[in-house]
Design a protein around this ligand. Structure first.
Ligand code: EZ4
Ligand code: CO
Length: 403
């Protein structure tokens, strides 16, 4: 028995907020898990500190599955982003501990490497098409094999995915939500023009992606998918809000553009129909918001049976701890597709020393026992929590819309 002796939550803000759970054991081995829920961080801190940490003390750290079931079934109130992020943090920390005790990098415990590296996509964005394409060229020159393209929309002062700082996009930019303005009719013709320009400059030998960030109706999404077909996008992401899984049937019936969904999902139940009816091509739910490795593994297995591949969320609000764990998963998962990679700032990287490295368009999790990511607690303490929320979006007539 490897006794859990302590479970502590560490909140730090090296440029943005991160919540980390640290679990310590009687053998002196510790593990960490990411619990960051962007804009709602302190609700997960409370869930962990007030309700989860006390019941971990004294349990056997090796019984990962039993602890997962205890936290999921034992709460009575199942699912939801707060609950599942908290469970994910525990699960990730316990897998970290088990792999450290075994003296193996985590991917070996999952079943070993299925590939030599994890293909990632970076984010090229600009105020207009020309600037976005120039950014994409810069990413190609950095070695990226896949690039997400987001551009400003003529007539709109700001839009999702377009930032001032090119390498580090950060939408949670104010203590109270910033208000953006949206127009689907201005947006829809812009994206095919962007892709046409990008293909001309970048050629065919690169994967191009785009994120609609939940802003279209199914029929608008179908139109965009059809308009993008000549430019062979790798995927079109989050075309509509996905609470209504059946609405993807309409989109699917109209376009062969591959679809990616799921960064806001937190259990297999959110995507069961999407996967079983093969309505999507990539599932994006990653470790921190999907109940940890133990639950995301169930999602990935269901996906594999239905020709759906993984394409995990990897924005900057997912900490390096989540990225490390995700990369071990990606290196193993037989149905891995691609991994999103938004770089963290140097301040964040210093707080979370990690074994993963980038080379030639791939990330590799490294060979350090565990998931290979740690936290420098003394440095973390120098960056206290700062309130920051995600923006909201309104139509031009003031109607509150999806961000
Ligand atoms: O807006 O992670 O594909 N990536 C995204 C992200 C999300 C943020 C929200 O916290 O959509 O940029
Ligand atoms: Co997205």
């Amino acid at each position: 028995m490897l006794k859990i002796t302590a479970a502590r939550v560490i909140v730090t803000c090296p440029g943005r907020n991160f919540v980390t759970l640290k679990i310590e054991t009687s053998d002196g081995v510790h593990g960490i898990g990411d619990a960051t829920l962007n804009g709602r961080e302190l609700s997960v801190v409370s869930y962990l500190e007030d309700h989860v940490c006390p019941l971990l003390i004294g349990r056997d750290a090796h019984r990962i599955e039993d602890i997962w079931q205890f936290l999921y079934k034992g709460a009575y109130w199942r699912r939801g982003p707060v609950t599942m992020s908290a469970i994910a943090a525990v699960d990730t920390a316990l897998w970290d501990i088990k792999a450290k005790v075994a003296g193996l990098p985590l991917y070996q415990l999952l079943g070993g490497a299925s590939r030599s590296g994890v293909m990632v996509y970076g984010h090229a964005n600009g105020a207009d098409i020309e600037e976005t394409v120039a950014e994409a060229v810069r990413y190609k020159d950095m070695g990226y094999k896949a690039i997400r393209l987001q551009t400003g929309v003529p007539g709109l002062s700001s839009t999702y995915g377009v930032s001032k700082d090119k390498l580090f996009y950060e939408p949670a930019d104010a203590a109270l939500p910033t208000e953006n303005v949206w127009s689907t009719s201005r947006y829809l013709p812009t994206v095919p023009r962007l892709f046409e320009a990008a293909r001309k400059v970048l050629g065919d030998d690169i994967h191009l992606l785009h994120d609609s960030h939940h802003r279209l109706t199914p029929i608008e999404a179908a139109r965009l998918g059809k308009d993008l077909e000549p430019y062979r996008p790798f995927w079109l992401e989050d075309v509509t809000p996905a609470e209504n899984q059946a609405s993807f049937r309409h989109i699917r019936n109209h376009t062969t553009t591959p679809l990616a969904v799921g960064e806001v999902f937190n259990t297999v139940w959110d995507c069961k129909q999407l996967i079983e009816e093969q309505l999507i091509d990539y599932i994006r739910t990653t470790i921190v918001h999907g109940g940890g490795i133990s639950h995301v593994r169930r999602i990935a297995h269901l996906a594999e049976l239905n020709n759906v591949r993984t394409g995990f969320h990897g924005a900057t609000d997912l900490s390096p701890v989540c990225m490390g764990a995700a990369l071990h998963f990606d290196l193993w998962a037989p149905n891995f597709g691609i991994q999103e990679y938004m770089r963290h700032t140097p301040e964040t990287d210093a707080v979370f020393p990690h074994a993963y490295t980038f080379a030639s368009g791939d990330l590799h999790p490294g060979e350090t026992p565990g998931h290979g990511v740690d936290i420098d607690e003394a440095l973390a303490a120098k960056y206290p929590y700062r309130p920051a929320q995600l923006p909201v979006n309104r139509l031009e007539d003031g109607t509150l819309f999806n961000w």
